[in-house]
Design a protein around this ligand. Structure first.
Ligand code: RM4
Ligand code: MN
Length: 354
């Protein structure tokens, strides 16, 4: 197995981005339970995220969601974050909560609604410049509930048109990250339901359009590490939204439901050199803490991701390749399982103390 020094070296450079919305109140459509001390403003969300970074040393950026985190002074927000020891990361655009978007946003049949959505995406790009953010993350709630409700093909065309306009507006060094999701809120078809659709749009746009894999956005049983490996090979993996699921997009703590899956995903990332910050892959949490306290929930998630990274780095690539080449099925599998079975918690505690 790789030694502890190698694991620590990777982890020292490995960064996890926190979502501002994980600190705000959230719930299900049945009930949102209040919690004492929940942030009321984006500034208070930054305070909480900064606390997570202070305690883990691994989460120096905070993703914002616009308009949830809208403010009239974005440069001030960036400065405030800096004072707390963190920086603003990804800007997530939100075109799903206006009445106008009932039938979609960027795929809406009405050009006026599409223009409204595009306008919002343009203002997100301006915010990125003001806060010094590299990534614009796009997730669309667009889709239909009934066969025949709208033309699937026409909606793809409209989507491509808006994406092209957004891409053309990006500044140097800025990236468009397109996120897919199988279903919900639309139940018949979703306009960006899977990695293939996201990849096709990104490939058509250019080098700075990349795919986001949200681990909660697939059908049960989907082999996510396969998708990750394919996207890495194509140079199109831009970001992760980590969370856990038991059923649908449950938004539970990363590594809580299936730590083995998280390990398998990060093993593929590591094999392709993607754990190195220079690979430009953003490792973000996208979670909601409905019943657990939020700051500890984020800390636990960060630790779970770090544990999976440590185990992925422990995999002996030489022994693995040798066993694979020799057709040694059990041997190859054992190389992975040995790394996964290693208790890396003392190592991580050590690293935090350092
Ligand atoms: C979506 C998707 C996006 C997130 C929103 C809140 O399901 O995961 O990444 O911004 O939820
Ligand atoms: Mn997401």
């Amino acid at each position: 197995m790789a030694d502890e020094t190698a694991v620590k070296a990777v982890l020292r450079a490995f960064r996890i981005e926190l979502p501002s919305w994980a600190f705000g109140l959230s719930g299900t459509r049945f009930k949102v339970f209040g919690q004492p001390g929940v942030p009321r403003t984006v500034f208070e969300k930054i305070d909480d995220a900064a606390m997570v970074h202070r305690l883990t040393g691994a989460a120096p950026t905070v993703a914002v969601h616009i308009p949830w985190d809208a403010t009239d002074d974005y440069a001030g927000l960036a400065a405030y974050a800096r004072d707390q020891g963190v920086a603003i990361g990804t800007v997530n655009a939100n075109v799903f909560q206006d009445d106008a978007y009932m039938l979609g946003s960027v795929c809406h049949p009405d050009a006026g609604v599409r223009a409204k959505a595009l306008d919002h995406l343009y203002s997100c790009i301006e915010i990125m410049a003001a806060v010094g953010s590299r990534d614009l993350k796009l997730w669309f709630a667009d889709g239909t509930n009934y066969p025949g409700q709208d033309s699937i093909a026409a909606r793809q065309e409209r989507l491509a048109g808006v994406l092209a306009a957004v891409y053309a507006r990006l500044g140097t060094g800025q990236r468009l990250i397109l996120e897919y999701k199988l279903f919900e809120p639309a139940f018949y078809h979703t306009d960006v339901p899977d990695w293939g659709t996201a990849y096709l749009h990104c490939a058509g746009l250019g080098e700075r359009a990349l795919v986001c894999v949200d681990t909660g956005h697939h059908a049960p049983g989907t082999n996510i590490e396969f998708i990750v490996s394919v996207l890495l090979r194509a140079g199109k993996l831009g970001a992760f939204d980590f969370s856990s699921r038991f059923y649908a997009d449950d938004d539970l703590m990363a590594g809580a439901a299936d730590p083995f899956q998280l390990f398998r995903i990060l093993h593929e990332v590591h094999l392709a050199g993607g754990l190195d910050p220079s690979a430009g892959i953003s490792f973000m949490l996208d979670q909601c803490h409905n019943i657990e306290p939020k700051i500890p929930g984020q800390i636990r998630s960060v630790m779970n991701v770090q544990e999976a990274v440590a185990k992925a780095v422990l995999v002996d690539h030489q022994a693995l390749a040798k066993a694979q080449q020799a057709g040694d099925v059990l041997g190859a599998n054992a190389v992975l399982m040995d790394a996964f079975a290693t208790d890396v918690r003392p190592l991580l505690a050590d690293l935090r103390a350092e």
